[in-house]
Design a protein around this ligand. Structure first.
Ligand SMILES: *[C@@H]1O[C@H](CO)[C@@H](O)[C@H](O)[C@H]1NC(C)=O
Length: 583
């Protein structure tokens, strides 16, 4: 009796322990692994999960060999060979949640002749990007004279041809359409439409940047390969053998050769012969797939690419050009509420600071170098505490002032997210967030932009000819800038260019201005301790200036230093701050 109970107890304990081990695997590495595997095409998932388990097991064994007692669990989670990188990346993105460099992409299709890489879902990257969780960014690269085998996806695809040329074919509503694409073309492949394409160039890679609008599982997309064999695995081979035989009225042997393990195994992107390429190209031109011409065809069904770079720029001057396509100019975009634009910023110039009234902007750097600044008012508690020092001090200050650190006070501090831009960088600008992009001095900066929720969106410029601040009425100007309206107007009216402006380095007379600024600062700050100055510089370096303007001013007032400052200077400074989003 007693022994039976003990046995039962023992059994129960063992079972619990087993469950705990299993769930800890799920919770930690398993979870991360599983998530990583979710990004793989479905036919690779089983293997991916298997690899994860093996990796996990190996790591655990290594840990045990080292025998470091209690810290096992901690290390295993924090310093695992691949997971360490990932954590670093997460921290990095905690600081700059809107910026994704080339390394942030994961390969979802790997093939000898090319690849498809995708960013992970936005809502996983940052809470602040939950609003666009239904969209993903992917980049396809296909070698010269290669062919991307037919598949369909459970997401709509809006693609921009960044480089090269090719032929795209889609089968939709029972009709096959082929069209040629080249650099600067936009095309749409709707969810479920069987799509394939070829790089028809003999030397250049074909590069397509895409937005995937997911409509099945938010933020997730899958490729389905019908034609295929071993790699890519044809989904047809997953039906029962008897079903396959009945469906195709043929022998298992033949099925095996067509869809099965003995079928195609060269991957998703395969090499094509010159003849095959010629035939595909011929097909596309004979079907007249050159995109919609104005006027649109009678039934409004425009299918085919839209040549963005052949249009007149909507904004253009010596500092840059902006080409835009929306649902009105390109009907295919209407179903997706996305607009696509291309900005070519001249070396040394910049876009005028602006914000979007409704759209989320996803920008992909097609070519060139430069940097961007995005001004973000969101308080990021977790990343602040990670950064220790500054961040913590700030929240302490807030507490001293009687507000809990949860409380948000409007107009009290912004974060400037700075991004170095180079080919392949993606940055996201949320609704209403002011931003600017600056081209490096020695290279143009070419950016492809997808604006999500584009309908009724308006670009609101904060500097240049159509500066919205100029539209404030006299009283509003005087009250909000604490300066005479004339003075405000002088500053606001200084730039005549529209949309694109001279950049911070290019600007003529810039040195003079800097000298003047320095003089002013010197006068104002005269006698301030070296330490304070250092602190400021540090803050600037960190790109953080939450409430600093305010704080500085308060300090100055307390110390009675305020008196010497002219109102004009102050107004100019406030304006500059607003316009360039710098403090
Ligand atoms: C961008 O502008 C430069 C001239 O400033 C031009 O040479 C280049 O071709 C343009 N890029 C595109 C993609 O149109």
């Amino acid at each position: 009796m007693v022994s039976a109970r003990i046995v039962l107890l023992l059994l129960a304990t063992l079972l619990c322990a087993g469950a705990a081990v299993a769930s800890s695997w799920e919770d930690h590495d398993g979870h991360r692994c599983a998530r990583r595997c979710e990004d793989r095409p479905w036919h690779q998932r089983a293997r991916c999960v298997e690899q994860c388990r093996e990796e996990e097991e190996r790591e655990r064994q290594q840990q045990e060999e080292r025998g470091r007692g209690d810290r096992h669990e901690h290390d295993r989670r924090g310093e695992g060979s691949s997971s360490g990188d990932e954590r670093e990346q997460e921290q990095e993105q905690g600081r700059r949640p809107y910026v994704f460099d080339r390394r942030s992409f994961r390969r979802v299709v790997r093939s000898e002749q090319g690849s498809v890489r995708a960013l992970r879902p936005f809502h996983e990257a940052s809470k602040l990007l939950r609003g666009i969780r239904n969209y993903r960014v992917a980049v396809l690269e296909a070698n010269p004279r290669s062919f991307v085998v037919p598949s369909h996806t459970d997401a709509h695809c809006i693609g921009y041809v960044v480089q090269g040329e090719g032929v795209v074919t889609t089968i939709e509503n029972g009709e096959r359409r082929s069209y040629t694409i080249k650099e600067g073309h936009i095309f749409v492949a709707p969810a479920g439409a069987i799509t394939y394409l070829a790089n028809t160039d003999g030397r250049k890679k074909l590069v397509i940047a895409k937005i995937l609008h997911t409509i099945s599982v938010p933020g997730e997309f899958q490729f389905f390969f019908g034609p295929g064999g071993r790699n890519p695995e044809s989904f047809l081979s997953s039906f029962s053998k008897s079903i396959q035989r009945a469906a195709y009225k043929t022998s298992s042997d033949r099925l095996e050769r067509l869809f099965g393990k003995r079928g195609q195994d060269k991957g998703v992107i395969v090499r094509a012969t010159e003849e095959q390429i010629r035939e595909l190209r011929h097909q596309a031109s004979s079907e007249g797939g050159h995109g919609p011409h104005w006027p649109l065809p009678p039934f409004g069904e425009s299918h085919g690419p839209y040549s963005l770079l052949d249009q007149r720029p909507s904004i253009g001057n010596q500092h840059g050009q902006l080409y835009e396509a929306d649902a009105r100019s390109f009907r295919d975009l209407a179903d997706h509420d996305v607009s696509v634009s291309f900005a070519n910023i001249t070396a040394g110039s910049m876009s005028a600071p602006l914000f979007n009234t409704r759209a989320f902007k996803i920008a992909y750097v097609a070519r060139g170098q430069g940097n961007a600044e995005i001004v973000c008012p969101h308080q990021q508690q977790q990343s602040q505490s990670q950064r220790g020092g500054k961040g913590r001090r700030r929240s302490e200050e807030e507490e001293e002032e009687g507000g809990s650190s949860e409380e948000e006070e409007a107009g009290q501090g912004y974060r400037t997210i700075r991004a170095r831009l180079s080919q392949g960088t993606v940055f996201v600008v949320p609704v209403g967030h002011p931003f600017v992009a600056v081209a490096a001095r020695d290279s143009n900066l070419e950016i492809v932009c997808f604006e999500l929720r584009a309908e009724k969106n308006e670009k609101v410029f904060l500097a240049g000819a159509d500066n919205v601040l100029k539209k404030l009425d006299r009283v509003a100007k005087a009250l909000s800038f604490a300066a005479k309206a004339e003075e405000v107007d002088e500053v606001l009216g200084a730039r005549r260019e529209k949309g694109f402006l001279p950049g911070p380095e290019e600007e003529s007379g810039r040195r003079e201005e800097r000298e003047r600024e320095e003089e002013e600062r010197g006068g104002r700050h005269g006698g301030r301790g070296e330490r304070e100055k250092e602190e400021e510089e540090e803050e600037e370096r960190e790109g953080r200036h939450g409430g600093r303007g305010q704080r500085k001013q308060e300090e100055e007032e307390r110390e009675g230093r305020h008196g010497g400052r002219g109102r004009r200077e102050e107004a100019a400074e406030t304006l500059l701050r607003m316009v360039t989003a710098r403090m």
